[in-house]
Design a protein around this ligand. Structure first.
Ligand SMILES: [Zn+2]
Length: 297
């Protein structure tokens, strides 16, 4: 299979049969490019949107912004703090905003927030409760091409879902204001847990995760448009939290029995301590975060 990023021949890396994603029992192939490190799903199912069943969103529908503010507060606050460290105000666009846990906080922190989102249910919530300008779209690169420029464009756990992620980075580079930043957080194909757990990696989520892009490739694509890389890390607060959670989930999720869950928690916790030095060396954490900035004029 030809790598969609660099054109080299890539081999099958994983054969995944779905369990959590409906319909169950379908098999998907991830290929690994030996040249650029991209891990990508091929063929991409033509009906990819069918794998976003309504319950992908419905199970977490907040009743209002008070409940939204209580959802994943650690992660959402960590995102905001990270962004504020590079660009403390201005026009912010959150791509794949979901119900808006992040853009809600950004708005409250003084950003002029807006969102692109494909779920009608989430779009309605963003408009009616969060109160940000919302662009409904399942093709965010094409939608961004019709918009103006932004000081901050964020994609939290979104780029791995896109059929053409590099077109998205191109569009972002085109729509950043001078001094503006692109912030991309995504599952890390170089992560220690991915290479250890493979088809049982907690962040795999086939076929909704179409590819896993090494942080250096995301940065290189942005740099090809003149952006400057400010951060590539798998050791930010969100990634460390994910590493921690995944060790526990890996050993507790398969069990319904409380005793087995308790044993799983002890095993997961112990292995997490052993693995910690490996996950913290290099960029081997579960998530990679990349921040690139357009030079100020
Ligand atoms: Zn490649």
């Amino acid at each position: 299979m030809i790598c969609p990023h660099c054109g080299q021949n890539a081999r099958v890396f994983l054969r995944v049969t779905t369990k959590e994603v409906k319909p169950e029992g379908e098999t998907f192939l991830y290929h690994a490019c030996p040249n650029c490190g991209l891990i990508f799903l091929r063929p991409i199912p033509a009906n990819l949107s069918d794998y976003y069943a309504d319950d992908y969103y419905a199970y977490q529908t907040p009743t209002g912004v008070e409940q939204l503010a209580d959802m994943l507060p650690y992660q959402e606050n960590a995102k905001l703090e990270l962004v504020q460290g590079y660009k403390a105000n201005g026009r912010l666009l959150d791509v794949g905003a979901g119900y808006g846990g992040f853009v809600y906080r950004a708005k409250n922190a003084g950003y002029d927030g807006s969102a692109i989102e494909m779920s009608p249910r989430c779009c309605a919530f963003l408009r009616d409760h969060v109160g940000v300008t919302t662009y409904p779209s399942s093709d965010p690169a094409a939608t961004l091409a019709t918009l103006g420029s932004y000081d901050v464009i964020t994609l939290w756990h979104v780029i791995e879902h896109l059929a053409d992620p590099f077109a998205m980075i191109d569009a972002i580079a085109d729509h950043l204001a001078p001094g503006g930043i692109m912030v991309i957080g995504a599952p890390n194909p170089d992560s220690f847990q991915f290479h250890l757990f493979k088809t049982r990696w907690q962040a795999l989520e086939a076929p909704r995760h179409v590819q896993f892009i090494p942080g250096r490739l995301i940065a290189a694509r942005a740099e090809s448009h003149g952006l400057v890389t400010r951060l590539v890390t798998s050791y930010d607060a969100m990634s460390v939290r994910a590493d921690y959670t995944y060790w526990y989930e890996h050993f507790t999720a398969p069990f319904a029995n409380p005793t087995l869950k308790r044993i799983g928690r002890i095993v997961g916790g112990g292995l997490r301590k052993i693995a910690k030095p490996f996950e913290q060396r290099g960029e081997r954490g579960s998530y990679i975060t990349v921040i690139c900035q357009k030079p100020a004029i």
